[in-house]
Design a protein around this ligand. Structure first.
Ligand code: 1HN
Length: 350
């Protein structure tokens, strides 16, 4: 485009001032930013070391109870998105702490949530009347509009703090201005079914012939780490690692084969010791939680050393290269199902 003269520029500015009173703006000044040649996310790569965070998380328990806080969480806020309680433009992540004897009271909301257990065991969450006990590495879902409360009564006499990674589609729902929420009358729901009921019905590659589950969300509330880890270990023996992702499996809704929640895809992947992955990028930015092993994530040219319990974020379209010094297991989630639903998802393998 020709550079406008000073006179032309001044005339335009005066015009912009006049039309602003009518709530009008000139598209031609914003067109390039509105329709970028490729994604230019304000979200930046970042890693939260669990060892750095844990003392602050524990300190929060001296300042406020889970009940008063409703959810005692330290939000993992993307440094490029300050004040937005977002880890990417579409996703929220936080680390939630529940101490022995505490209750996080029952409520429900339109936002879907995932829990990935990071530290401790024996806390529980109750979803629509079914309780699930938490173990490290378990992936647990709270469907949209399902009642849920959390507690920590210990397991087999073990009792200690329990910390999990929360992943929610909060920014997506905010974008649509479609959020509703409700508090329960009771602090904790009445348990209506034995633990493991949903797993028995839907967790074994079989589903009840007569069932009435109609929600878009998986009827399975818990995907236990022991089962997912076992699958990865068997794959490791049976086939070569993918040059980009090692052995990577996505969790599925057993009724559809699609993602467990309509808004979030979740995966678990194994990288062999010495793995030096090739570069991959995708339009779905992703959040990773490290379960086992140490390595390096090179994200958009920046290198982040990771170890167990750390969390890192890969922005949309940032090149990711994974390296593992020890055998490593990574959990991850992204908004991929939403992008696929509207036909805009892209990825590239270098
Ligand atoms: C929520 O309900 C939970 O239920 C966790 O554990 C994090 C962040 C924002 C809004 C609601 C939970 C949340 C949340």
């Amino acid at each position: 485009m020709d550079n406008p003269s000073t006179v032309a520029r001044a005339a335009r500015q005066a015009y912009y001032e006049r039309i602003r009173a009518l709530h009008l703006t000139p598209l031609w000044e914003e067109l390039h930013a509105l329709v970028p040649r490729e994604p230019a996310s304000p979200c930046v790569p970042a890693l939260w070391r669990y060892a750095d965070i844990k003392p602050y998380l524990m300190e929060s328990a001296d300042l406020i109870s889970a009940e008063e806080a409703v959810r005692r969480v330290l939000v993992l806020e993307n440094p490029g998105l300050p004040g937005r309680s977002s880890i990417t433009q579409s996703l929220y992540a936080g680390l939630q702490l529940i101490m022995p004897g505490e209750v996080a009271p029952s409520h429900r909301h339109v936002q879907s949530a995932l829990r990935f257990i990071v530290d401790g065991r024996g806390a529980h969450t109750t979803v629509d009347g079914e309780r699930t006990t938490m173990h490290p590495g378990d992936f647990i879902i709270t469907p949209s509009w399902a009642w849920h409360d959390h507690g920590n009564e210990g397991l087999h006499g073990e009792s200690g703090p329990v910390v999990w990674l929360d992943g929610l589609d909060i920014p997506l729902v905010r974008f649509f201005d479609a959020g509703f929420a409700e508090n329960d009358n009771a602090k904790s729901q009445t348990v209506a079914r034995p633990e493991g009921h949903s797993f028995a019905r839907f967790g074994h590659n079989m589903v009840p012939v007569r069932h009435t589950h109609r929600s878009r969300t998986s009827p399975l509330y818990c995907y236990p780490y022991a089962r997912s880890r076992e699958a990865l270990a068997a794959l490791q023996k049976a086939e070569a690692a993918d040059a980009w992702q090692g052995w990577k499996l996505r969790y599925v809704n057993p009724l559809t084969g699609g993602s467990p929640m309509p808004t979030m895809q979740t995966c678990l992947q194994l990288l062999p010791a010495g793995f030096r992955g090739q570069g991959h990028r995708a339009t779905d930015g992703a959040v990773y939680s490290v379960v086992e092993g140490r390595g390096t994530a090179e994200i958009g040219g920046r290198r982040f050393a990771f170890g167990p319990q750390d969390t890192f974020v890969v922005p949309s379209w940032a090149m990711l290269r994974l390296e593992a010094d020890e055998e490593a297991v990574l959990f991850s989630f992204s908004d991929r199902p939403v992008q696929e639903a509207i036909g805009i998802h892209r990825e590239q393998f270098d």
